[in-house]
Design a protein around this ligand. Structure first.
Ligand SMILES: [Fe+2]
Ligand SMILES: [Fe+2]
Length: 248
């Protein structure tokens, strides 16, 4: 069952509490009272169709309406993707690292394995951070400048040259690397870590990694299947306009 605009927002959380952190990315916090999804979105000035599609792609992994999502503005998508990056780096990753530290405090644990686990996770975090920084510092500013240009048609010649010098095709698809590293980490935990006295914390770490992986997959799908085609279309429009404008 998909989330729809007339459902009470409280019922959305009862239906799938994993959506809470997705909803938070729109600046919407708990305390919905009896308000519907539509009313809560209006209150927070969140575009309802955008909210529903994003939340539903997360709620139902078989739901990914590419055609309708290609109608979204790149800046809307980027704001959501940016909030998602913040969630990974400020909350989800430090939380997993804390759990791993708790596990490594267990004295029955082999010292070498503790070091291996923490090192592997830190290496993964480092790679994820590099990937996110590239998007935040290079890709997203380029896309926002392009959208701004197409909306206003008023740009400094210098900025037009910068836009011409870059293409979304340079946005190397390294999502696969980030995903496979997380898969390796799950396998280390599932297959090779000797069972500690209390395995509950190990189960918890694994659970957190599965949650992060699901979130990252959804995020990468939005970037690869929605953001990139939107930007390709914008680039075509940009080239047409800038080639026609002889002053640029
Ligand atoms: Fe991203
Ligand atoms: Fe990405």
């Amino acid at each position: 069952m998909l989330i729809h605009k007339d459902m009470k927002m409280a019922d959305v959380i009862h239906l799938n509490h994993h959506l809470l952190h997705v909803i938070n990315r729109f600046g919407i916090q708990l305390g919905f009272g009896e308000k519907s999804v539509k009313q809560v979105c209006e209150l927070h000035q969140v575009p309802l169709p955008f909210f529903l599609e994003i939340v539903n792609t997360f709620h139902d992994s078989t739901y990914f309406p590419v055609e309708s999502m290609l109608q979204f503005k790149a800046s809307e998508l980027i704001e959501y993707l940016h909030q998602t990056h913040q969630y990974y780096l400020d909350f989800r990753i430090p939380e997993i690292e804390n759990y791993i530290r708790r596990l490594t405090n267990d004295n029955s644990f082999d010292e070498e394995i503790k070091v291996l686990l923490l090192d592997f996770f830190r290496q993964y975090t480092h790679e994820l951070t590099i990937h996110i920084n590239k998007e935040e510092q290079r890709v997203y500013p380029y896309v926002l400048a392009l959208e701004h240009y197409l909306q206003d048609n008023k740009l400094e010649k210098e900025l037009v040259e910068q836009l011409k010098a870059y293409s979304i095709h340079e946005y190397e698809e390294d999502h696969d690397d980030v995903e496979s590293k997380l898969f390796d980490l799950k396998n280390i935990l599932i297959k090779y870590i000797p069972q500690p006295k209390d395995s509950r914390i190990l189960n918890l770490i694994l659970h957190e990694i599965f949650e992060l992986e699901k979130d990252l997959n959804n995020h990468a799908h939005i970037e690869d299947l929605i953001l990139v085609p939107i930007v390709e279309k914008m680039e075509q429009d940009f080239l047409t306009i800038s080639n026609q404008d002889k002053t640029l």
